[in-house]
Design a protein around this ligand. Structure first.
Ligand code: IMP
Ligand code: MG
Length: 177
């Protein structure tokens, strides 16, 4: 709303905590996929910074791809997936790691997972930078989980509010007033 006051001064996750998270997750992924080739699929737009930071720390041969998707509740079904941009690579028989910024209700990733499994990858796992389990509507659990956050709307490190604040290098809580 025009004139609405947005306060983003409260830091929830510092740059140092994000660095620790990247070190921890990349160590797990490097161990689990040692000697294999991995297709990393970043989910646009939110995961672009996390995907970039994460792949720089991976040691196996990595193919990097992106998808842009959104979920919406249709008139008949409880959830549909809209694919705005699909992957460029064929994932049949390949090890695939989806990289997401945050899992909230879990709707988007649940639907995406179902779609990608139809393409018969050798394996399909999920890595998220942030997890907001309080709002989950299904039993989706990330295989690699960065930082669990409380039920607050957060921005920064790729996460936006109406397209803004993705450039913050830490995570801030949005307060409207
Ligand atoms: P869901 O898990 O299907 O509910 O949707 C997750 C998507 O909603 C994420 O990929 C984000 O784009 C967006 N989202 C959820 N929570 C937040 C938040 O706190 N800040 C910014 N974007 C969020
Ligand atoms: Mg997103």
């Amino acid at each position: 709303m025009a004139g609405e006051n947005i306060d983003t001064s409260e830091v929830l996750v510092t740059r140092e905590q994000i660095e620790e998270m990247l070190t921890r997750l990349s160590a797990q992924i490097n161990r689990d996929y040692e000697g294999r080739q991995l297709i990393v699929c970043g989910i646009l737009t939110g995961a672009f910074i996390f995907t970039s930071d994460l792949v720089k720390r991976l040691t196996m041969p990595v193919i990097i791809d992106f998808m842009q998707v959104s979920s919406y509740v249709g008139e008949i079904s409880s959830g549909n997936l809209k694919i705005k941009k699909d992957m460029s690579y064929d994932i049949e028989g390949k090890d695939v790691l989806i990289v997401e910024d945050i899992i909230d209700t879990g709707r988007t990733l649940e639907l995406l997972k179902q779609q990608l499994l139809k393409r018969n990858p050798a394996s399909l796992k999920i890595c998220t930078a942030f997890d907001k389990p309080a709002r989950r509507e299904n039993d989706l659990k990330p295989d690699y989980n960065g930082i669990v956050v409380p039920d607050e709307f957060i921005v920064g490190y790729g996460l936006d509010l109406d397209g803004k604040y993705r450039n913050f290098d830490d995570i801030r809580i949005v307060r409207k007033g």
